[in-house]
Design a protein around this ligand. Structure first.
Ligand SMILES: Cc1cc2nc3c(=O)[nH]c(=O)nc-3n(C[C@H](O)[C@H](O)[C@H](O)COP(=O)(O)OP(=O)(O)OC[C@H]3O[C@@H](n4cnc5c(N)ncnc54)[C@H](O)[C@@H]3O)c2cc1C
Length: 285
């Protein structure tokens, strides 16, 4: 289908983009790679009056080493994230997950910021952001603000970004010595969306898992942290039996969706199994 009519502007700076969005009011929308938005426009499920194309804003692209943290520009493509050597070294979970998203054509156009701002609960990166304890950086007419991953994803396709705000990038703490990571994605065919995904990071010390963070994909309207499993694994011996036992708590408190691919109880079982695998890999056992 052909999208409804809209105005289009391509600002030359973030400030210009923020002004254009503010001038456009609630009917203005950001477009980056267009991989999620264009299908919605074509299906007329979204019909903004104005598209603000941030795709040319080089200042929002790339990965910066800030010492304890990395800054990842919102316009960094999924393909760039997959290949970036700094990300591979300090935030391997994101690089590993990027390689599992969609196909090369989508990865070359789709951006990290677009994937997070779109907030699809079946998307892989929101759960990764949750497991990494990422902070989203937004810029709007009132200036810049930081939003923790736990507060960013509010509901299905809904984030805490206010009208007029642009996601400029995310900050993630580096995974230092002792940390391991893994994204486990269960999908029916390669390049398909996750039926369930589990993102885990774990710090191993003296034969134990000292701490772990676990993000769940497609187990609710937003990405979730598997808090009960995180608590169960903290201080547990780094062996497969103990990790599997902790992983039994991975679906506690979740209400996953039912669709043509899976019923809720099947998703909950997948979450337990994938959490066991992800933790074992992250803890190096
Ligand atoms: C065939 C196909 C398969 C896919 N498979 C997967 C998959 O397996 N796993 C997965 O996780 N994803 C998958 N995706 C989704 C893909 O990852 C996203 O479409 C893409 O990353 C979104 O980024 P974008 O730059 O194209 O965003 P756009 O489509 O441009 O925008 C998406 C939304 O985010 C908003 N937005 C974008 N950038 C910003 C910004 N900087 N600030 C504020 N708001 C912003 C837009 O207004 C819009 O609402 C798939 C997509 C396709 C088309």
């Amino acid at each position: 289908m052909i999208p409804a009519k809209f105005d289009y502007t391509k600002p030359g700076s973030v400030d210009e983009a923020v002004r254009a969005l503010a001038d456009g009011g609630e009917d203005a929308k950001v477009i980056a790679g267009g991989q999620s938005l264009l299908p919605l426009l074509r299906l007329r499920l979204s019909f903004p009056d104005l598209l603000v194309d941030v795709g040319g804003l080089g200042e929002l692209r790339g990965v910066r080493d800030e010492g304890e943290t990395l800054w990842i520009g919102a316009l960094t493509t999924i393909d760039e994230a997959q290949r970036d050597p700094v990300l591979a070294q300090h935030c391997g979970l994101l690089a590993q997950t990027a390689a599992l998203i969609a196909d090369p054509a989508v990865r070359h156009l789709g951006t990290i910021g677009g994937a997070l701002a779109h907030a699809d609960p079946a998307g892989d990166l929101p759960a990764v952001a949750a497991a990494l304890d990422a902070t989203m950086i937004a810029r709007g007419p009132g200036g810049e603000r930081a939003i923790g991953a736990g507060e960013f994803f509010l509901d299905y396709l809904t984030t805490a970004l206010a009208p007029g705000e642009i996601l400029t990038g995310i900050r993630v703490p580096k995974l230092g010595p002792g940390w391991g990571y893994r994204y486990e994605k269960f999908h029916l065919t390669a390049q398909a969306w996750a039926i369930v995904g589990v993102a885990a990071v774990a710090r191993r010390s003296n034969g134990q898992v000292a701490e772990a963070r676990i993000g769940l994909t497609n187990m609710g309207a937003t990405p979730l942290r598997a808090s009960a499993a995180e608590q169960a694994v903290a201080g547990a011996p780094a062996d497969r039996g103990a990790l599997r036992q902790a992983a039994e708590r991975a679906a506690d408190g979740t209400s996953p969706p039912s669709d043509l691919n899976a019923r809720p109880d099947y998703r909950q079982q997948l979450a337990r199994v994938l959490t066991g695998r992800a933790l074992a890999h992250a803890a190096g056992v």
